[in-house]
Design a protein around this ligand. Structure first.
Ligand SMILES: CCCC/C=C/CC(=O)SCCNC(=O)CCNC(=O)[C@H](O)C(C)(C)COP(=O)(O)OP(=O)(O)OC[C@H]1O[C@@H](n2cnc3c(N)ncnc32)[C@H](O)[C@@H]1OP(=O)(O)O
Length: 396
């Protein structure tokens, strides 16, 4: 084990692996994206700040500076902070852009910001409509976008360039988002992905961020995180819907057994290559999959890593309904908007009636699966698979 851990460390030091730190897509936008919560009367403006995060193309530095300046002017008024030093290039460029707006009124800046974002959104062909609740707090990074509209809270995985692989930060943010969604006034909660993938599962670079306690500590904290994460899905009180917009891998597939409805595009695939990765099933799939599809079909997926098409997954009961990719978004959202108008308390209580008898069992299974995985993560089989992927030698 120490040998493989050492190889991992050497590979890391050699720079062959990518950084374990969260990579944000448009770093220059960070300042304004993390701005304070807006009032309801500024809804268009708040929508625009969220739409910026879903742009598929980097708009370039000039536009980012314009956005930054308009945001600052709209929220803080004219620039009256000290000018950064000449060597502080980035902050000076931002200051110059903001200062150039002079005494432009806040309302005009807000209007110009919304106009600019809508022109960028139109050209970036974003297919996601965003209207967040006025008082919703956004999670700590751009990799997750939470919106609320028409009685539906939507949690969107937003790392399309990494196929929406889940970083440690994203697990935490999803937990926070679920917690908030369980208490907000929406009737239904949706999990979906931005881009061509739904989710490629656990971000394998999570394994490279080794704490001072070493790989054992890393495995221990990973197991705690996994258990907490899956517990939130087991306990989620409202109808929970997966809108599977593309291929799904690993934990994004296993937790589907804890969703109430799974809608998939016909482009989606469902893949749990745990043996290939030296790992074992999580997300309560060791219980839900045999129950949903029978033990032998579950074994094909969870032990032999058989990848299912959307239609196969539907036949086996993991997916509720498959839609043609060309009409997927339209059909699914029309359907969900209609469902969200049903009486929310009745839906919540009916879900409890269906799910509550199993809760205790699911929590026990989750604890057991997390413990087993903690051991697996320390195995040579797992470490070799991770090293292989990170050194670009292997893909699924
Ligand atoms: C704490 C809780 C732990 C819970 C444990 C859960 C277990 C699991 O989820 S196991 C599943 C883990 N996932 C994988 O093994 C998938 C690995 N990815 C791939 O095999 C391929 O990337 C792909 C088949 C998903 C897509 O292949 P494709 O050729 O279309 O695209 P790529 O060029 O490979 O990907 C683009 C970009 O994204 C990076 N990436 C994709 N998936 C992951 C991932 N899971 N972890 C880290 N990075 C990922 C990929 O490296 C590329 O990055 P670069 O552009 O920088 O090369």
């Amino acid at each position: 084990m120490a040998g493989v851990a050492g190889r991992l460390a050497r590979l890391w030091c050699s720079g062959a692996l990518s950084s374990p730190l969260q990579v944000t897509r448009f770093p220059a936008l960070q300042l304004h994206l993390c701005g304070p919560a807006m009032r309801a009367s500024q809804e268009d403006f708040e929508n625009a700040t969220n739409q910026v995060k879903l742009l598929k193309k980097d708009p370039g530095n000039e536009v980012k500076l314009k956005l930054y300046a308009l945001y600052k002017q709209a929220t803080e008024g004219p620039c009256n902070v000290p000018k950064p030093g000449v060597l502080d290039f980035i902050n000076k460029a931002k200051w110059d852009a903001w200062n150039a707006l002079g005494s432009l009124p806040k309302e005009t800046a807000r209007h110009n910001y919304v106009d600019l974002v809508s022109s960028l959104s139109a050209s970036s062909e974003s297919s996601i409509q965003v209207t967040p609740a006025a008082d919703r707090k956004q999670p700590g990074s751009d990799a997750l976008v939470v919106t609320s509209q028409d009685g539906i809270t939507t949690i969107t995985l937003n790392r399309p360039d990494k196929k929406n692989a889940l970083t440690t930060q994203m697990y935490h943010d999803i937990m926070l988002a679920l917690e908030a969604a369980s208490k907000d006034d929406s009737a239904i909660t949706v999990l979906t992905g931005n881009g061509d993938y739904y989710c490629s599962g656990n971000d394998l670079t999570n394994f490279t961020d080794i704490p001072p306690g070493g790989v054992e500590e890393k495995a221990r904290s990973g197991a705690v995180l996994l258990r907490d994460f899956v517990d939130r899905f087991i306990d989620f009180p409202k109808p929970l819907v997966a809108v599977v917009n593309g291929p799904a891998v690993g934990i994004s597939v296993t937790i589907l057994g804890l969703f109430d409805i799974v809608y998939a595009t016909d482009r989606a695939t469902f893949h749990t290559p745990f043996s290939h990765l030296g790992q074992s099933p999580e997300g309560c799939s060791s219980y839900t999959f045999p129950k949903i599809m029978g033990p032998s079909k579950a074994t094909e997926m969870l032990v032999f890593g058989k990848k299912l098409t959307a239609r196969e997954a539907c036949t086996q009961g993991l997916v509720t309904e498959v839609f043609p990719d060309s009409t997927f978004q339209k059909e699914v959202w029309v359907r969900l908007k209609a469902y969200s108008k049903l009486p929310p308390n009745a839906m919540r209580i009916s879900k409890q009636v269906i799910r509550n008898t199993e809760k205790e069992k699911l929590h026990a299974i989750n604890a057991e699966e997390s413990n087993i995985l903690r051991e697996r993560w320390l195995s040579d089989e797992c470490m070799n698979a991770v090293v292989s992927f990170l050194s670009k030698k292997a893909k699924l």
